[in-house]
Structure formats: C-alpha cells, structure tokens
Ligand binder design. Structure first.
Ligand code: NCD
Length: 442
C-alpha cells in the first residue's frame, strides 16, 4: 500500500490509551511525524497535495481500531461476504487492521492460501489484513495444517501471519491441540482458542435434554480450563476468543494473577457479549436471528465481562464479525455482523454510561490488540506510529440501519438501536479510506 501525502489533522481532541488532550497531528509518508498540543506553532502546509483536516466541537481523533477476530467468508461464501465488502465494512467501522478467520471454503490452512488473501487485500488498499492459519487441515481436527513444518519465528519469514486459530470449532483431540500449541510456540505467535470442546459433563447435560444455555456454559468453562492447562505444558501464548461466561472470566483472572512464566494468556470479549444478554436473543429468536457462538448470556455474565475489561482480565474487544444471509439465519446459522457497529455499541454502553473512559476503550480496541499481534507500530497517537487513525464524533446520535451496511451480512442484533458516537472518517497510512455520508442517519 503506497503511503499518502502529508496530512495535518488540526484542532482535535486526541485520544489514545495514554493520551487525552486537545491538539493536532502531522502525518508524513504514512506515519505520524509529530503530535502538537493545542497552542503549539503548527507547520505550514507546503505542497499543493498537502491536506488539512479540521477538527473541533465533539470530534475526536483516535488510533484506527484493530480487530483480532472477524469472519470474511472469502473464499467460498460470496453470498455472505467478500473480501471487498468486508474491507469496506471494516473501514466504515474505523478498523485499520483486521485478523480474519480460516473457516472459509477452502479453509485457509496453508501459507500459500493465506498469502493469496493478503495480496488481494493489499491490492485493495483499504486496510491491513492478517489471515490466520487454521490449526488442522481443512479444520477437520485430524492432521495439523502447514504449521507442522513451518519454521519460526514467523515474524521474520511470514510477517503477515500473526495468529493461528481454528475458530468456528474447537480441536477435540487434546493431543492434537497440544501439538498445535507447541507449533505456535515455535512460530512465536498466539493461538486464538475457540473454547467449546465439551467433555463428559457437557455431554451428560445434552443427553439429559438440558437447554443450550446450560450445556454451552459447561462447554466453554471446560474448554477454557483445558486450553490453559495445555498452554502451561507447551509454554505457548494462549489467546481465549469471545469469552462469555463469568466462570471463564474468574478463571482467566486467577491464572493471570499467578504470573506463571511458562504461560502467556490473553483474552478477548465481543461487543455483543458486553452489551446484550439472553433476553435480546429471546426477542430476536434463540434459534435464528439471536443465535451466536457462544450464546448471549445472563446479566451476571455481562457484568463479569465488563468487570473483566475494567480490571485487565480481558485484554481486547474483538468483533467476531460473522455475516450470514437471511436464509442462513432463518436456518439457525450462528453469528452476528459486527464491524460497522462495534465502536458505537461499546461507546454507547460503556463510555456514555460512565463505565469506561474513551482512553480505556481505545486501549481495548486498538493498542492492546495490536500488542497481542506483536504489531508495535500501531494503535497509538505518537511519532513514528503508523498514520492509521479514525475521526469519531462522540456526541453524534444515530440509528443502526442494516440496509446501509457495507457488509453483505444484514444480521445485526442491534438493528434500530440508537447509538451515541459515530465513526466519521478512517485514515490508513495518511490516506482517507472512509468518509461517512453527510446524511445524519447514514
Ligand atoms: C462463527 C461463524 O459464523 O463463522 N459464528 C459465530 O457465531 N461466532 C463461527 C463460530 O464461532 O461458531
């Protein structure tokens, strides 16, 4: 992606995980050259191609968002989403960097397939894509994927692979998951773990005809315990995807407090689990429009997740963007479209209600996920960081209208919701890649 021209963003409220001050930012050749506090002498824009973007009022300049977890459906499911539609949705949501999952058709289980997707994304030039590699061939849970013979560290040989994952299903075999974690450790990157491999207690609950909300909780808690134990044995980096139960939050907190040198443990929560409960799933239809993996849970679980993001137990907010067609949702396909609503939903529920500062939200959605991926060049507003930024209006009030989504997935659980806080512009290495239409409801 070719870096843009010189851009001066002036008179904004500048917010990142450590910063909240009025000021201006100068971007040159794709990176932040300087940050000026309000009142400092600003450089003159010198060249005809220089751009000035004026802030003011309730406009805030923040680092572009970093998503650890999205389903792009490409290749294989163009009726749900394509690389193009997902990328447009991502930049409309303020994302500059996205990790996309491997449950495509074919499954992304070789370096060559991941590289092909990365190259197509770079040619689009909208944002920085990091495809995961599946843990097993075809995500069939039988034979390890390419990860078995790749040499590490991948940061040097294939720097566009930053995470491994079998998300969409868990690896049932303990032995295979152990070997996958060992490979990830050798390659120097985390495994994002989709924790729902049940165990005997979950099987018994299912056999006894208990409801999904019951056995899926047992599954998640069991699978989270299992992968932490395997992470200890392999000395790897275990990243827990879409944490949703209070028991998992408690376990992760306890394990982190032990500061075990043999284990790196990180975790993410999704906007829908932070903002919605099973009541919303009932209203939407538990088996259809309200269905997601893991399911929306109780208010006590939601409060535990919020406590988890406040005390550092949960490191990041990740969308789990999972677009589906209407026909698929009616048939019970799990998942919600999420890239275009994640910031507004979290801002409305967490920042506007006074639970979290805007800096705290920036940390969870930009700097912290960037750290988990080892991407030390983004997620902050500071000299030498990438010029990947977004302009948000924290006071803009707007209604979620699915027909306006860039994503092909019109399966949002929050359609019609009135949100406070809106992404107005996304800037990628100094180039404006998204500008919100002027219409107040767009
Ligand atoms: C995911 C999808 O649709 O790919 N859906 C979801 O509900 N999160 C896969 C999955 O995690 O089941």
């Amino acid at each position: 992606m070719s870096p843009g021209p010189r851009v001066l963003l002036r008179d904004f409220r500048l917010v990142d995980e450590t910063l909240d001050m009025p000021g201006s930012v100068l971007i040159e050749t794709g990176s932040i050259l300087d940050v000026f506090p309000q009142g400092a002498l600003l450089p003159e824009t010198r060249f005809p191609r220089d751009t000035t973007i004026q802030g003011g009022g309730s406009l805030v300049l923040m680092p572009a968002l970093v998503d650890l977890h999205a389903h792009f459906r490409d290749p294989g499911y163009p009726e749900k989403e394509t690389l193009e539609s997902a990328s447009l949705a991502a930049v409309a949501g303020g994302y500059g960097t996205v990790v996309c999952m491997a449950n495509t058709n074919p499954v992304i289980d070789t370096l060559a397939k991941a590289q092909a997707l990365k190259e197509r994304s770079d040619a689009l030039g909208l944002m920085d894509l990091y495809p995961v590699l599946a843990l097993t061939q075809g995500m069939e849970g039988r034979v390890l994927s390419d990860i078995r013979f790749l040499e590490g560290p991948l940061h040097e040989t294939a720097p566009w692979i930053r995470m491994l994952s079998e998300d969409g299903k868990d690896v049932v075999s303990d032995e295979l998951l152990y070997r996958a974690l060992q490979a990830a450790r050798r390659l120097g990157i985390p495994v994002s773990c989709h924790c729902d491999a049940g165990g005997p207690e979950a099987d018994a609950a299912k056999a006894a005809g208990k409801p999904r909300e019951c056995w899926s909780r047992i599954e998640e808690n069991h699978a989270t315990r299992r992968v932490i134990a395997l992470g200890r044995q392999t000395h790897g980096h275990v990243h827990i995807a879409h944490v949703s139960t209070k028991e998992s939050v408690d376990l992760i907190r306890k394990v982190k407090a032990q500061q075990e040198p043999a284990l790196t443990l990180t975790a993410e929560a999704s906007p829908h689990h932070l903002c919605l409960t099973q009541e919303a799933a009932h209203t939407l239809g538990d088996a259809t429009w309200g269905r997601v993996n893991p399911p929306l849970r109780t208010e006590a679980d939601r409060q535990a997740l919020i406590q988890g993001i406040l005390d550092g137990t949960i490191d990041a907010i990740a969308t789990d963007h999972a677009p589906h067609t209407e026909a698929d949702k009616v048939q019970g396909a799990p998942g919600f479209t999420g890239l275009e609503t994640s910031f507004a939903l979290c801002h409305t529920e967490l920042v506007s209600k006074g639970r979290l500062s805007l800096s705290g939200l920036s940390s969870l959605m930009s700097a912290s996920p960037a750290r988990i991926l080892g991407l030390t060049d983004r997620g902050r507003i500071a000299p030498e960081f990438r010029g990947d930024l977004m302009v948000v209006d924290t006071e803009a009030v707007w209604r979620v209208t699915m027909s306006r989504f860039r994503s092909r997935g019109k399966n949002s659980p929050v359609t019609g919701l009135v949100c406070t806080g809106k992404v107005l512009m996304t800037i990628q290495q100094g180039r404006v890649v998204f500008e919100a239409p002027v219409s107040p409801d767009a």
